[in-house]
Ligand binder design. Structure first.
Ligand code: AMP
Ligand code: MN
Ligand code: MN
Length: 336
């Protein structure tokens, strides 16, 4: 079993955690539910050991994650700047660059890398990287179940549940496996409230986010004989809807959900001349490889990258690659 597979690493992490007092828990830029949920559950365990814990992820965090129990552990940039950790964790981050290189190496501070991306670069002193885990939260759960079951409180179970819920798209994506469902059931036994978490994190939307979605959907284009779907969010749309870029989590799924679409992309103009691209695919089309070829990464069916260009140029670049991926592979194939 995979729990056995990382037993040595988990015990080494517990040893380090017991011996250190100032712990930095890092997440990736623009953290999602898995990133935030796994960070906070881990942080709760570390606080329980008597450590001073600072959680930080660069970029924008959607407001709703600030409602999670333990979210007070998220620190400001000022606090981060003056914090001298003696142990660093990075969660859900395939490269050091995804944490804005906040991982400080070479000064004797051990780095623990906990992740489930196949593109992970093993930048830690301890690396627990398991691409069979549907979320980083699953790995944090295995760690706590082994070394600190008492840390699995209703609050940490809720945070971990949110991690799995969001990374599996509400238990719908290809990464939804028996372990994810069994862990979710365990989180509920431990006190997580599935209906409340589904309501808060999947169902409820801000009005500004829906306005932004309607503007973005108007940009939806289908190409490649119906097999490619692309849409975008421009700075102008943000201004018009009064929303924030962090309100766009999940927009790409609208392009990806069209019946015949096998390759989908959402282009977000995060700054003038800088576009964040989210890629989604069905079947065995590998968008992680495409993302990686342009400095990004991710999973086979969900990946991302940043393009230093305007929206039109970024679209041209990705559409060209999508068309190459489709070439020679006739459509009409099965489901997701
Ligand atoms: P997103 O489209 O932002 O939801 O990202 C889809 C998946 O790709 C997630 O698992 C991300 O963690 C991963 N990902 C997105 N952008 C990058 C990047 N620049 N480098 C590595 N992985 C990424
Ligand atoms: Mn993530
Ligand atoms: Mn994840």
């Amino acid at each position: 079993m995979s729990e056995e597979r990382f037993a040595r690493e988990f015990d080494a992490i517990a040893g380090l955690a017991a011996a250190r007092r100032r712990v930095l828990v890092l997440g990736h830029v623009d953290p999602d539910g898995d990133c935030v949920g796994s960070m906070l559950a881990l942080a709760h365990y570390l606080v329980g050991l008597g450590s001073e814990v600072v959680c930080f992820a660069p970029g924008d965090m959607a407001d709703l994650y600030r409602e999670l129990p333990l979210a007070r552990l998220f620190a400001s940039e000022e606090r981060l700047a003056s914090f001298e950790p003696d142990l660093v964790f990075a969660l859900d981050s395939p490269t050091a660059a995804r944490t804005a290189n906040l991982i400080r190496r070479g000064d004797g501070v051990p780095v623990v890398n906990i992740d489930h991306h196949p593109t992970n670069e093993r930048y830690g002193d301890i690396n627990v990287v398991d691409e069979s885990a549907s979320a980083a939260a699953i790995i944090v759960y295995r760690l706590l179940a082994r070394v600190a079951p008492g840390a699995l409180t209703p609050e940490t179970a809720g945070c971990l549940y949110v991690g799995v819920l969001m990374d599996t798209g509400g238990f719908r994506f290809r990464n939804t496996n028996a372990e994810a469902l069994a862990a979710a059931a365990r989180f509920v036994e431990l006190g997580a409230r599935p209906h409340e978490l589904a309501h808060d994190f999947l169902y409820v939307k801000k009005l500004s986010s829906l306005k932004l979605l309607s503007l973005s959907l108007a940009s939806l284009e289908v190409r490649g004989g119906g097999r490619i779907g692309v849409m975008h969010v421009s700075r102008r749309m943000l201004e018009e809807a009064g929303g924030a870029m962090s309100d766009t989590e999940g927009f790409v799924d609208y392009a990806a959900s069209i019946d015949d679409v096998e390759l989908a992309a959402l282009f977000r103009e995060v700054a003038p001349g800088e576009v964040r691209v989210s890629l989604r695919s069905r079947n065995d089309f590998n968008v992680a490889a495409l993302a990686e070829a342009h400095g990004g990464g991710g999973h086979r069916n969900a990946a991302g990258l940043t393009v230093r260009a305007g929206l039109d140029e970024a679209k041209r670049l990705i559409l060209r690659s999508f068309e190459e991926m489709l070439a020679g592979r006739p459509g009409g194939g099965g489901g997701a």
